[in-house]
Design a protein around this ligand. Structure first.
Ligand code: NDP
Ligand code: A1CAB
Length: 268
């Protein structure tokens, strides 16, 4: 169970997947090829990891068994029409935000199966979470391959395609919200008198520690929040500002906007 993999796109996410795959195995560099849009990422990924790269689509598809689609959703329409024939009989795993299985089927009509997935950037260190959904029910071998590929990035869960836009809004884009929160916590510390490096370290370790604590002691976030909050104490004074400013409503709207954008991307 080690099909040859061919990446269309060699950017941040493709790079994370290739590095994860080479680390976790069973894939070796010679089992993987990539291509790009001639802006240098394919050469760079090849140089860094030892995988092959080519700009010749015939060479690209020659012995590819699984095609990993990892360009931007808007770049899908730039791919040549010849791909529809060249990809015939292959399997496709797409990480494109928003791009539905229905649309992918039109681009790759002769493929044996197509799987849509939504990973996230913590996958770069094996700490990601991906949801995936196949066009046709997968046989055991294909399911094993998909799980092995996604496991190189962290956890993987199977889900109805209907949910993948919401998954994108929560965990696909989610790391960016968390980074924004850490930056805001750092800036709050600086405004309260700390130097920037100290404030950043405190903010980062606090978010890291809080997430690790939640996982280790699986009470709800609300329970953990209450354990931090002493009556008449500092935390409640801080939380009141968050509540008055509608923090939860803002995050809900944030997820809704990203989910909506994911749905829109399917048509672009
Ligand atoms: N970034 C994230 O957090 C996440 C991203 N995704 C999805 O992953 C995908 C890739 O994102 P990301 O890695 O950030 O993007 P990058 O911009 O880093 O990478 C895009 C890659 O696609 C290549 N490319 C562009 N046009 C073509 C083309 N016509 N033919 C072949 N290759 C092409 C680029 O090549 P070149 O450099 O030569 O132009 C580049 O290697 C997106 O679809 C996104 O929705 C999913 C989950 C999380
Ligand atoms: O911003 C985006 O469109 C991609 C999808 C999820 C994370 N990044």
């Amino acid at each position: 169970m080690k099909p040859r993999l061919a990446f269309i796109g060699a950017g941040r996410m493709a790079g994370a997947m290739v590095r994860g795959l080479l680390k976790t195995g069973p894939w070796n560099a010679e089992d993987i090829v990539c291509t790009g849009a001639r802006d240098g990422t394919a050469e760079a990924l090849s140089e860094d990891t030892g995988i092959r790269f080519t700009y010749d689509w015939k060479v690209f598809f020659k012995d590819a068994q699984w095609v990993i689609l990892a360009c931007k959703p808007q770049q899908l329409k730039e791919l040549p029409e010849s791909l529809s024939e060249l990809s015939s009989g292959r399997r496709v795993l797409s990480i494109l935000a928003g791009t539905t299985l229905g649309r992918l089927k039109k681009v790759f009509p002769g493929t044996a199966n197509i799987v849509r997935t939504m990973p996230n950037t913590p996958g770069m260190i094996g700490a990601g979470i991906s949801a995936y959904s196949p066009l046709h029910p997968m046989n055991e071998e294909d399911e094993q391959v998909v799980r092995a590929i996604l496991s190189a990035l962290g956890e993987a869960v199977s889900m109805d395609e209907h949910f993948l836009d919401a998954v994108t809004g929560v965990s696909g884009s989610g790391p960016a919200y968390v980074f924004e929160f850490i930056a805001a916590l750092r800036d709050g510390g600086v405004a309260a008198g700390l130097d920037e490096a100290t404030a950043y370290k405190l903010a980062l370790k606090t978010v890291q520690g809080a997430a690790a604590l939640l996982e280790a002691v699986p009470e709800t976030p609300e329970t953990h929040r209450n354990w931090v909050s002493s009556p008449g104490g500092t935390t409640l004074a801080g939380l009141k500002v968050m509540e008055d400013a509608g923090f939860r409503g803002i995050i809900k709207e944030t997820v809704a906007a990203a989910t909506k954008r994911s749905k829109e991307l399917s048509g672009e």
